[in-house]
Structures are given as structure tokens and as C-alpha cells.
Design a protein. Structure first.
Length: 379
């Protein structure tokens, strides 16, 4: 009989029976998808990470390609219809020097149309960091049209803001994952040992947490960011900033894990695992941790926006990632003077991406937290 049940598991005939037979993860998913704002945010977050995974394919120009004749070119509108025909195009652009101010001015040539094509050849890049290719999602039908195709304008060096924003998404969104991974490991390890072992181990770890939480966050970030050598490569600075942000971010999770472990360490399944001969780390990660993994996932999702904001703030102040690295903070660093903002307000576009990404991650995290909480009430 037992063998038959294992081969043919029971099938629910009513929604109530399905709820009783469903696994914990399936129950969390059912509760999460009833949260409409969280579902919309999930789709948008997936979109952000698609951009982060394929920045070269989605970009139009080389993000480091500069041109003195196209400095501070305003965003060029993409027209979707040529008359009544759905055929996207942009008008030609002529650069002229103002004889009074000596500033470069860009005027549309409405007699010239450059039509947009899909899956065109352009600058070479590595797809997913592995395969060299030069195929891009969109492009123009001529070299002159490529110069006119600037959906978000150009910066003070004539570099395409849209392409730099695509590449900046990769670093800014991935640094949140790297930082959270480090914070997650430290928080679970330190909080688990503190709650599971107790005694002097608990006292030492809790005093360390109190010391770190008592330190002002921004001055510590500034001091550690300033300590990063100026001659380090982009990759080394990237990981250094991830570690710096994570050094303080693990304390909150460690406190939560400690409280859960204090309540669970006397449970029968923990005692059974210890009597079986399992070591402390195995009991923590293999037996105790899975019992509230859904809560940890929700907490992790809510922590990613804080790390994105931290990286953006450090880079904006010139203490985080630096040129030639491209992140949202580096892009905002170029727009921090009043003259640039007054002459080229489109340089503030990365700030909108930061706000949008943080809001969507927070909404998704709220939905996950409510779905993972068995005591929350959803209508």
C-alpha cells in the first residue's frame, strides 16, 4: 500500500484538499501571485536583469566611443510611423557652432529620414561575457543614421547615454546580488552560531553586532571607499565595494536568524539530528535553515535595494566605482554639477532607473514577505 501511494501520490479533487497537499513553496507562490503589485514588480525586476544580462545586445553604440562634434546632443525622438506606415525612423541631425556662445547646437534635418532596422551589426562585444558578436537589437540604415540615433542624448564627451545606461545596469543590478550573497552568508553563519551555541559564542557575536550597528553607516562607507587604492582595476574595485557594503549589512539578518534559532534549537528534529551525529554547521544549514528559508528569501529581496543605493551613493561621491567602469552611480557622478544639469537634464536619467529599480524590488520583497508569513491575512 505504501509503495502504491509513493508511485501514485494522492490527487486533490477540491481547492481545500489541494491546499492541504501542497508543499510550502507552492503555498508561498499561490499567496504571492494574488499580490498584483508584487507580480507586476516581479516582471519589471526580471526585465532589469534581462538588460543586465544582455547590455551589449540592447545597446546601440559603444559606451566608450566619444565624439567632440556630438557633445550634449539632446535625446532624439524615434518616430514609429512614416505617414500611415509602421516604419520607425529618426530625423537627421546637424551640428552647428553658435557664434555667440561658441556652444555646439544640434538641429534636426526634417528633410532627411534614417530608418531603424533590427538585429544589425555594430560594435563588437561579448555575449554573456563568453561569445564575441556584433549583433545588436536595433540600429540605423546608415552610418549617418547611427550618429542620429540617440534616444537619450549624449554626455559631455559625446558618448551615448542610452548605451552607457544599458551597461551601467549590469554592474548596478549585479552588485546588489553579490553584496546580498556575502551578507546572507555572514548573517546566517554568525546568527546561526550565536543562536545555536549560546554562551560565550553568543555574547561575542552579539557584542560585535552591537559595535557594527553603533557605527554611522555613511562615514564608514566613505572611509572604507577612500581606502581603496586608486590604481586598482575595475574588477578589483567592484569586488572591494561589494565587500565594503556587505560588512555592515549582515547584522540585521544575523539578529533575525539568532531569534529563530533560539526558538528552534530545543525542537525534536534538531535533537534527533544531533543524536544522529550531525555536526553543528550541518544541523544549521541542513536542518534548521530550511524551516524558514522563505523568510530569508523575502529579507534578501528587500536588502538588494539598499545595496544598490549604497553603491550608487559611493560612486556618486567619487569613492566607489570609477571610470572606465560604468554604473548608475558613475553616470550620476558626471551630472552632479549645476552646469551639466542645466544644459543636459537628460543626464539625470540614471537617477530615474535607480528609483524605479528600488521601488520594484521593494514591492516584490513586500509581496514575498507577506506570502512567506503564514500569519498574514490576504484578501
Amino acid at each position: 500500500m505504501a509503495t502504491t501511494d509513493a508511485v501514485n501520490p494522492p490527487v486533490a479533487s477540491t481547492p481545500e484538499e489541494a491546499a492541504y497537499l501542497a508543499s510550502q513553496w507552492k503555498l508561498v507562490w499561490w499567496r504571492f501571485r494574488r499580490h498584483r503589485l508584487a507580480m507586476i514588480s516581479l516582471i519589471l525586476v526580471v526585465g532589469f536583469y534581462v538588460v543586465a544580462a544582455f547590455p551589449g545586445f540592447l545597446s546601440i553604440h559603444d559606451p566608450l566611443d566619444s565624439s567632440s562634434s556630438r557633445v550634449f546632443m539632446p535625446p532624439q525622438r524615434i518616430h514609429l510611423f512614416d505617414g500611415w506606415i509602421p516604419r520607425p525612423f529618426v530625423y537627421g541631425v546637424e551640428g552647428k557652432r553658435n557664434q555667440v556662445t561658441l556652444a555646439m547646437e544640434h538641429v534636426q534635418d526634417k528633410e532627411t529620414k534614417h530608418y531603424i532596422k533590427f538585429f544589425v551589426s555594430g560594435h563588437e562585444y561579448k555575449l554573456l561575457g563568453l561569445f564575441k558578436t556584433d549583433i545588436h537589437l536595433i540600429g540605423a540604415d546608415s552610418e549617418e543614421g547611427m550618429h542620429a540615433l540617440r534616444p537619450l542624448g549624449t554626455d559631455k564627451l559625446g558618448r551615448d547615454v542610452f548605451s552607457r545606461l544599458m551597461y551601467g545596469t549590469r554592474i548596478s543590478m549585479s552588485i546588489g546580488l553579490v553584496g546580498v550573497a556575502i551578507s546572507l552568508f555572514l548573517g546566517i553563519l554568525m546568527g546561526g552560531l550565536s543562536g545555536f551555541r549560546g554562551g560565550w559564542t553568543d555574547s561575542i557575536i552579539q557584542r560585535l553586532i552591537e559595535f557594527l550597528r553603533a557605527m554611522p553607516t555613511i562615514p564608514v562607507w566613505l572611509a572604507l571607499g577612500a581606502a581603496v587604492p586608486q590604481d586598482w582595476s575595475v574588477v578589483r574595485v567592484y569586488f572591494a565595494i561589494s565587500v565594503i557594503i556587505s560588512l555592515i549589512g549582515w547584522t540585521t539578518l544575523a539578529r533575525e536568524v539568532r531569534g529563530r534559532f533560539l526558538a528552534m534549537r530545543e525542537e525534536d528534529f534538531v535533537t534527533a539530528a544531533q543524536l544522529y551525529g550531525s555536526g553543528q554547521l550541518r544541523v544549521i544549514f541542513r536542518h534548521m535553515l530550511p524551516s524558514f528559508m522563505s523568510h530569508i528569501i523575502a529579507t534578501t529581496t528587500l536588502a538588494i535595494p539598499a545595496i544598490i543605493i549604497a553603491e550608487t551613493s559611493l560612486s556618486f561621491l567619487g569613492l566607489g566605482l570609477r571610470q572606465p567602469a560604468i554604473s548608475w552611480g558613475v553616470l550620476l557622478f558626471e551630472a552632479q554639477n549645476l552646469q551639466a544639469v542645466a544644459n543636459a537634464p537628460w543626464l539625470l536619467t540614471p537617477g530615474l532607473f535607480v528609483i524605479f529599480a528600488v521601488l520594484t524590488l521593494n514591492f516584490m520583497g513586500d509581496g514575498l514577505r507577506d506570502a512567506a508569513d503564514p500569519y498574514s491575512v490576504q484578501r
